[in-house]
Design a binder for this molecule. Structure first.
Ligand SMILES: [Zn+2]
Ligand SMILES: [Zn+2]
Length: 327
């Protein structure tokens, strides 16, 4: 197999050739068709998330075909198209696993972080954490659903049932969730860096009711806001934008420090919460919604060997939608 490997933090990924991995008990091996690039990959490469495996194959939005199975795996999985997300394994016995919050498992494995991921031609995954996907769909279009879609969906559920939803940072996750919100009959208010007028136009083209700079006040108070950008300054801005008892959801795994703010920003029962990882139940509810809503992901394709360029373009904000690596 070929893979793009991170050997040390803050260095370029290097191409390597390895023997194809052998799936252990309960595991499957995929021939990878596509793997999307997530902001979390940048946090891993930059060393902002500790305890990463080294050397590491990043990538946790994998679409591929099952070509080998380990002991105990249902033989009918062979040849199927599956998707492998960030949550790669859970213990099944800790209090969080037992009470429906496996996203908070005490002993998890994460794809492309604590186990090798999808910036490669092949990958091994836990069969219980590989979702069946539509064999007739475009694998490139499916890949961003595996994290941007799933984490975005979990964030949206956390945001509640309000009609007016603010999205701060209009990248891969927001461009999917905006389409879901419009399909649900909600109003989307898209906040971007002030100079990113093309991103604001992109949001409007997907049905957003309004788009503007992240320090601007929306034209109406919002019921809830989701912050996808890793920028702590957006927390007080989003709290100012929501109505009384409105909720602000932080959807990212890492964020710069939240600046000090007056208590009045939180007063009147506004709520500030975070979202961590995903559960398999999130996937069970999200994929049918994405299909019913007719979500169309906007993607830019890179060959596997150009993984560093894809990461650089994401870092620089040069993408509309998601970058996807194709081996
Ligand atoms: Zn991700
Ligand atoms: Zn657990």
């Amino acid at each position: 197999m070929k893979a793009m490997v991170l050997e040390r933090s803050r260095t370029r990924l290097v191409p390597v050739e390895r023997p194809d991995p052998v799936p252990g008990p309960g595991e499957i091996r995929l021939r990878i068709e596509a793997c999307a690039v997530c902001r979390t990959d940048l946090h891993v490469v930059d060393g902002e998330l500790e305890h990463s495996k080294r050397p590491l194959v990043p990538g946790h939005e994998i679409v591929g075909i099952v070509e080998a199975i380990g002991l105990g795996v249902d033989a009918t999985r062979m040849g199927r198209r599956v998707g492998v997300p960030w949550l790669g394994h859970t213990c099944g016995t800790c209090p969080y696993c037992r009470f429906g919050a496996e996203n908070l498992c005490d002993a998890p494995l994460f794809t492309g972080y604590t186990r090798d991921g999808g910036f490669a031609t092949h990958a091994v995954a836990d069969t219980d954490f590989a979702f069946d996907l539509d064999p007739d769909a475009d694998p490139v279009a499916l890949a961003p659903l595996l994290c941007a879609g799933l984490i975005g969906w979990r964030s949206l559920k956390k945001a509640g049932d309000g009609k007016r939803i603010g999205l701060y940072g209009f990248g891969a996750a927001a461009h999917i969730i905006a389409q879901v919100c419009v399909w649900q009959g909600r109003e989307v208010y898209a906040f971007t860096r002030p100079e990113d007028l093309d991103v604001q136009h992109f949001a409007l083209s997907l049905g957003a009711a309004w788009a503007g700079g992240s320090e601007e006040a929306p034209p109406v108070p919002l019921d809830a806001a989701i912050i996808f950008a890793p920028v702590g300054e957006l927390v007080p801005a989003a709290l100012r934008a929501v109505r009384k008892a409105g909720r602000v959801v932080c959807g990212g795994i890492h964020m710069s420090d939240i600046p000090s703010m007056p208590y009045a920003a939180l007063w009147e029962e506004r709520e500030l919460v975070s979202v961590a990882n995903l559960t398999r139940q999130d996937a069970a509810t999200f994929f049918p919604v994405a299909r019913a809503a007719g979500v169309r992901t906007h993607t830019t394709i890179y060959p596997l060997a150009s993984a560093n360029e894809a990461l650089a373009d994401l870092r620089a904000g040069r993408l509309n939608g998601a970058a996807v690596l194709v081996p």
